[in-house]
Design a protein around this ligand. Structure first.
Ligand code: NAP
Length: 307
């Protein structure tokens, strides 16, 4: 989802030489294959958007795959990039790197200040390792080799290209599928897990892609002034959140489902609130442009084309 959106933004900016690979063509957990790819292509810049990604269900069911594959992807790509003269790289992490009980909204310096949320701890540890890989390569080789490897931590993303799998998907694509199917089969009501009161933040994927290119292109002096060698990442979010109930009602409206909504309070809610503090990036000229209703409508159109 994000990789394709970054390609759309780069093309719109006039970049003509963009190299991509599908998972099928290049398995990034295969170190030899990754080294061959970099030696052949020798790119100037790298956006590392590939990862093994999933919601609570997938994270709880496949913890070994989440930690192993994500560690391997990052270690292979960042090291091979360095060995093949890549000067600039952007690593995409996630808001789940922050402690479960981090003060809200979560600032960049909340990293490594407490226990992680247990359900996605293996994924989060791998993402933290990705930030630390970038920082460590910068600290050891930044001056001698002129490398500048940066990290961004997106909030919850959604948009065209999302995974609409009924079990292994994130909340918005999962709800789009459920409400669409309920509408088509005239089911009288849809039941949602939990109370609907937790608050979450969502960002449309094209805004995330613009943020990625924006951070990649920030002058090094600007990046250095606003980060620290051992706290070098930028949060990427809208700065505002909404309740799951509000989200569900918006999705219901966009889809045109006319039945009822029921909440099952006996199912887990997760954290009461997860909002990132993205002031650092907002102050440097990037702000989101696509509102929730518009983003949901575009995503539903994508779902209808790729159910
Ligand atoms: N989506 C979100 O809400 C969200 C939130 C915060 C951060 N992020 C981060 O943003 C980045 C992009 O996420 P996304 O939502 O765009 O996920 P996505 O749509 O699942 O894209 C990830 C891509 O990586 C590929 N991939 C996985 N394992 C691979 C491997 N071993 N070798 C090569 N390619 C591999 C996947 O291919 P297959 O599909 O074929 O496996 C897929 O094309 C990730 O780093 C993710 O952690 C996403």
């Amino acid at each position: 989802m994000v990789g394709s959106a970054i390609v759309r933004v780069l093309k719109a900016e006039g970049q003509t030489h963009i190299v991509t690979r599908t998972h099928e063509a290049l398995d990034l957990t295969d170190q030899a294959a990754v080294r061959r790819f970099f030696a052949e292509e020798r790119p100037d810049q790298v956006y590392l958007a590939a990862a093994n990604v999933g919601g609570i269900h997938a994270n709880s069911t496949y913890p070994a795959e989440f930690i192993y594959q994500n560690l391997m992807i990052e270690a292979n790509v960042i090291d091979a990039a360095f060995r093949n003269g890549v000067k600039k790289l952007l690593f995409l992490g996630s808001s789940c790197i922050y402690p479960k009980l981090a003060e809200q909204p979560m600032r960049e310096d909340a990293l490594l200040t407490g226990q992680l949320e247990p359900t996605n701890e293996p994924y989060a540890i791998a993402k933290i390792a990705g930030i630390k890989l970038c920082e460590s390569y910068n600290r050891q080789y930044g001056e001698s080799h002129g490398i500048d490897y940066r990290s961004v931590m997106p909030t919850n993303l959604y948009g065209p290209g999302d995974n609409y799998h009924p079990e292994n998907s994130h909340v918005i694509p999962a709800l789009i599928r459920r409400f669409h199917e309920a509408k088509m089969s005239h089911v009288p009501s849809v039941t949602i897990w939990g109370t609907g009161t937790p608050k979450r933040e969502f960002l449309y994927v094209d805004d995330m892609a613009r943020a990625s290119v924006h951070v990649m292109n920030l002058a090094k002096t600007t990046y250095d002034q606003h980060t620290d060698p051992m706290c070098s990442h930028f949060n990427v979010g809208t700065g505002s959140d909404l309740t799951i109930k509000e989200l569900v009602e918006s999705i219901k409206t966009v889809i045109g489902y006319e039945g009822g909504i029921e909440f099952d309070p006996f199912k887990p809610d997760g954290s009461p609130r997860k909002l990132m503090d993205s002031k650092r990036l907002h102050s440097l000229g990037w702000v989101p442009t696509v509102g929730l209703e518009e983003g949901l409508a575009r995503t539903y159109a994508d779902f209808l084309n790729n159910p």
